[in-house]
Design a protein around this ligand. Structure first.
Ligand code: HEM
Length: 393
């Protein structure tokens, strides 16, 4: 007979934010699904269980009518299943095609990266979060969306406010106010450029949406752009910093990659396995079921902790170590199943082929600062929040 979901009461939210990996391991060793009081969610942390769940989108739905994402951002295809999901996904697909990435986005992203590095290279030191990764991710997402006249700081603020709003289960009124203000700003920014995109087809996401067959309705455009702003900025930013950090911590691996540039894609995959920028995303159990011997009742909200699964000792040897030489094995950092990240290929290009190689090529003798260690934080979204470095001028 299936057992009940165990409960863990003594993991704090701060434990998860500061360093979730010891808690993840404890949950993994406890049961396939565990209710963690601080998260107010049943967490699934083992690799094979998450992979199984993502192969069964009927039993485990991405659709959650009560979720704050729907309330704060509106009706998005990312929280739909089946045909409704497929229509939205197809509408944005032209912006993410391999040929579009290569011919259109890559040259634009290289230009942004060059200008940013030019702006601080003479200083010989920087915190790569504000100096490079945050503006890089924001400016490239801005171009992809097709916005004009929005500063990178504004887009980054909208992104953070929308994420905070979507996770605001304590109903903090200030967080709600900021999320609503960000939503209004996004709606206005869309309004300002929509006619242009209607009359000038181009590779941007807004253009793909208005030229889709049938065109995406305006309230869905607004909702999906908000989710893309909330979900498409942190991750490349964090992946840029994580890959840079991993290589700076492992000089031998760094030397090998720099001598063998064909290893950059491997290094990027290892970085997002090691510290997954999205550590957890939600699903809903649609019918009474059993997950590896644990009974899950209909309607249970579960959190798929891909950040934990990517360090599951049942799958990866010495999983806490950044190691580009580990045997090749798939990970879950970009999700799996029908909701597999739409931005995976563009992020692989941006982070692993353009930005981080440029960082190591242009900043000579790049090294971690002696005085200020990097800070890494988060569990739903995780990455370095500071990365102070030095280089020779
Ligand atoms: C290193 C960078 C990135 C990582 C690690 C990442 C990770 C993920 C993950 C784990 C999911 C699944 C979420 C779920 O099923 O609830 C996802 C979905 C998605 N991502 Fe990414 N992402 C990255 C970059 C991006 C970028 C740059 C964009 C857009 C410009 C983007 C757009 C999307 C979209 C649209 C979805 C929803 C797909 C769907 O529901 O069909 N991602 N991403």
């Amino acid at each position: 007979m299936a057992s009940a979901v165990p409960v863990i009461n003594d993991i704090t939210y701060e434990n998860l934010l500061e360093d979730p990996y010891p808690s993840f391991r404890r949950i993994q060793d406890t049961a396939p699904a565990v209710f963690v009081k601080a998260a107010n969610l049943t967490l699934v942390t083992r690799f094979e269980d998450i992979a199984r769940i993502e192969r069964d989108p009927v039993g485990y739905s991405a659709d959650n009518p009560t979720s704050l994402v729907n309330q704060i951002m509106g009706p998005t295809f990312m929280r739909k299943d089946g045909a409704e999901h497929a229509v939205g996904r197809k509408a944005i697909e032209p912006s993410f095609r391999a040929s579009t990435i290569k011919e259109h986005w890559a040259p634009h992203f290289s230009g942004i990266c060059k200008n940013l590095i030019d702006s601080f290279i003479e200083a010989g030191q920087a915190d790569l979060f504000p100096a490079l990764a945050a503006p890089m991710a924001s400016l490239s997402l801005m171009q992809m969306i097709g916005f004009e006249d929005v500063s990178w700081e504004t887009l980054a603020l909208w992104s953070q406010s929308l994420i905070d709003g979507a996770g605001n289960y304590s109903r903090d009124s200030e967080i709600e106010r900021k999320a609503m203000a960000a939503g209004k700003g996004v709606d206005e920014a869309i309004e300002a450029v929509l006619d242009y995109h209607r009359s000038h087809a181009n590779p941007s996401i807004l253009s793909s949406m208005v030229h889709a067959d049938p065109p995406m309705p305006i309230e869905e455009i607004r909702a999906n752009i908000k989710v893309i702003i909330g979900g498409g900025l942190n991750e490349p930013r964090d992946a840029i910093l994580t890959l840079t950090l991993g290589l700076l911590m492992e000089p031998m691996q760094k030397a090998t990659v720099l001598a063998n540039p064909e290893l950059w894609p491997t290094a990027l995959e290892e970085a997002v396995r090691w510290i997954s920028p999205i550590g957890m995303y939600p699903r809903r159990v649609t019918r009474p079921t059993e997950l590896s011997g644990v009974a899950l009742s209909e309607g249970t909200q579960i959190g798929l902790c891909v950040g934990a699964a990517n360090r599951d000792e049942r799958r990866f040897v010495d999983p806490d170590r950044f190691d580009i030489f580990r045997p090749k094995q798939s990970h879950l950092a970009f999700g799996a199943g029908p909701h597999f990240c739409a931005g995976a290929w563009i992020s692989r290009q941006l982070v692993g082929k353009l930005v981080v190689p440029a960082v190591f090529e242009r900043l000579r003798n790049l090294r971690l600062s002696d005085h200020a260690p990097p800070t890494i934080r988060g569990w739903v979204f995780r990455g370095p929040i500071s990365l102070p470095v030095l280089w020779d001028v």
